[in-house]
Structures are given as C-alpha cells and as structure tokens.
Design a protein around this ligand. Structure first.
Ligand SMILES: [Zn+2]
Length: 231
C-alpha cells in the first residue's frame, strides 16, 4: 500500500499529476477541494456550512477540513493506497497525519512565483460556455473568441496581478511550515513542475523509486525498459 501527499501552488499541475499517479498505481485520489465543491453543489449539510463560511468572507476552518479528510479515509476503499491533495493545511494536521497514516512520501511540485504569474495571468474563460483556455499553449484560433461557441474570452475575476500576489503570499505562509516539517522527517521529493507534463510525471515516478513497479502504460508517454527474453 502506498500513501502520498502532493503539494504545489495553483497552476503546478497537482490535479493532473495526482490523477496520473493514481491511475498508474491504482490509488484513490482524494482532492479535498473537489470534496468541498461536491458538497456545495449537492446541497449537503456540510455544503451549507461551507457556503455560509464563504459568504462571510472566511476560509473553511482546519477542523472542517480535518473532518472531511477523516471521513473520506474512513471509507477504506483505498486497498492500494491513496494520494491526497489539499491536506494537511497546518503543522498540527501534518503531525497528526504522519502519526496516523504512515506516509510513504510527500510530492512537492515546485513552480517559481514568476511562472505561476505567467501561467495564471494567461488563463482565459469563455463567458458563454465556460471552456478554459490559456494564451501560452492553448490559444483560441481567433483572438478573444471561443473556438467552440464564438463567445467572448474573459479573465476570471480573481486572476488579477493583485489578487494573485495575495494568494501566493497566503500559499507560502501556509505551506512553508508544513513543507519544512515534512522535510525534517525526510519525506519530501521536490520536482520541478516547469517541464512538459510527461517529463514531470517521469521524474516523480523516478524520485519515488517507483520506476520498476509501474505496469506498462501507453497513455503516459514515458519510455520504460522492456522485459527481456521476448521477441
Ligand atoms: Zn464558448
């Protein structure tokens, strides 16, 4: 069984890489943000609580997050392990998590702030159909127009230079102590998130020491050593 935490700033490809690793290793991918969104969309009791918190301009509390994670992990559908994204959020939670779940590793996707800024400020969204674009490697065919519906492409309200600076500051304030704690216990592998997706994934796999246990996968595009003795 393998148990991982993945950490990285927005735009670092956390979701993509967790999903790829989960598929390769048959892990359950636990995205705390996804669980919160699901609860809001499905109008659960927890969803109502989250909505009230957000309406009051506050962040969802550590206790709520902790409850969500404990409940998800108590379902025990993770026979081969899990990869969790969006948790822990504090040193206390990190300590607790280390004691309770015997982690195998913490994957830290490193992306410099300048690159986060470049990626996030290039994001566009179709005002009509909601399709996502980015002006770096996924530009629309016609400037400012959605390929699918011709709608106008806009920036998200909170994708401004100022809002992003605040998010980055908060991210580092929250994350650095947790990363340091994990680093002291020698759990962290740091992977540069700037190269192409397949290269980043290959480096994660190599640094986790998994290269020999992965089944062949045609979708990942990663070259693996072939078995011997077969024509
Ligand atoms: Zn559109």
């Amino acid at each position: 069984m393998r148990k991982y935490v993945i950490m990285g700033v927005q735009g670092s490809g956390k979701g993509t890489h967790s999903a790829m690793l989960a598929e390769d290793l048959d892990l359950v991918h636990i995205g705390v943000g996804d669980i919160l969104r699901w609860n809001v969309q499905n109008h659960t009791k927890l969803g109502a609580q989250i909505r009230r918190t957000m309406a009051a301009g506050s962040l969802v509390s550590d206790d709520v997050i902790e409850g969500v994670v404990s409940e998800r992990l108590s379902q025990h559908d993770w026979n081969y392990g899990f990869i969790i994204d969006g948790f822990p959020r504090s040193e206390r939670q990190a300590e607790f998590f280390l004691e309770s779940y015997d982690l195998d590793g913490v994957i830290h996707l490193y992306l410099p702030d300048s690159e986060v800024r470049r990626r996030v400020l290039a994001r566009r969204l179709c005002a009509s159909c909601g399709m996502d674009y980015n002006l770096i490697d996924n530009s629309p065919h016609a400037d400012g127009k959605c390929d699918a519906c011709g709608g106008e492409l806009i920036q998200r309200e909170d994708d401004t230079e100022e809002a992003l600076a605040v998010r980055l500051r908060t991210y580092h304030e929250e994350t650095n102590p947790i990363l340091e704690l994990f680093e002291r216990k020698e759990y962290v592998i740091t992977v540069d998130a700037r190269p192409e997706m397949e290269l980043v994934q290959a480096e994660i796999v190599a640094k986790l020491g998994l290269s020999t246990v992965l089944p062949p996968s045609s979708s990942s595009g990663v070259t693996r050593v072939e078995g011997t003795g077969r024509a």
